[in-house]
Design a protein around this ligand. Sequence first.
Ligand code: SF4
Length: 251
Amino acid sequence: MFYLTEQFLSIQGEGKYAGTPSYFLRTGGCNLTCAGFGAKYVVDGEDRVGCDTYFAVDSKFTNLWERVDNSDTLIGNLFDKFDAIGYDPHIVITGGEPLLYYADKVFYALVEAMVDRGILITFETNGTIEIDFEAFPAYKKTMFALSIKLDNSGEAKSKRIRPQAIENIINYSKDSFFKFTIDKPLVDSSAFDEIREITDGFDTDIYCMPVGESRDTIWRNDKAVFEFCVKHNFLYSDRLHIRVFDTTQGV
Ligand code: SF4
């Protein structure tokens, strides 16, 4: 059993595959909360702070999530949709933290079915969960955006950085890349040292993108991140979907 919070056809707006038509499956639940990203929202009259996908993280929203108990129905519906649009899009499985479910029977059946059909899947993960690639070999044919959280997430280092989980994904997956979300204060302080510590020893692309759950917050950070990438030879990633649609969900 796993939770889906939304699914939609759109364009991947971030990272290595930015610009690619993609079908998004967003799972519910996360092992982090990342209050440092500062997205403000209200639940039952109470002010809360989280990341830009707080609606897929905060368990207060569980009543809005779809519980998936049987993979066959979901797989059938997805493939019908792909047949109707005339192509199999790149699939982005995001969250929340989708790898919370990596060993779940229903979730793995979905991944296997898509891999068997030759569909490219990218998992957007915080990189803290160690996958058993031998027991679940379909993951060897999938790709991973390693969105490792830095100090600006507000999470404790021991919780957000799990070197063995990162190493496993890089060594055993079809492709992977780092994607760091940073803001101007972090650029001006510890961003470079933190990124170097996490990525040291890996020959893996490093993308940096500006913090921002809205156009306004991206505009406050993008120039600093852009210049940071030029200075340190990192790859700049924008957030195309937010530039185009601002705070609208499901696009
Ligand atoms: S790991 Fe990602 S989805 Fe989870 S709380 Fe942090 S930013 Fe949000």
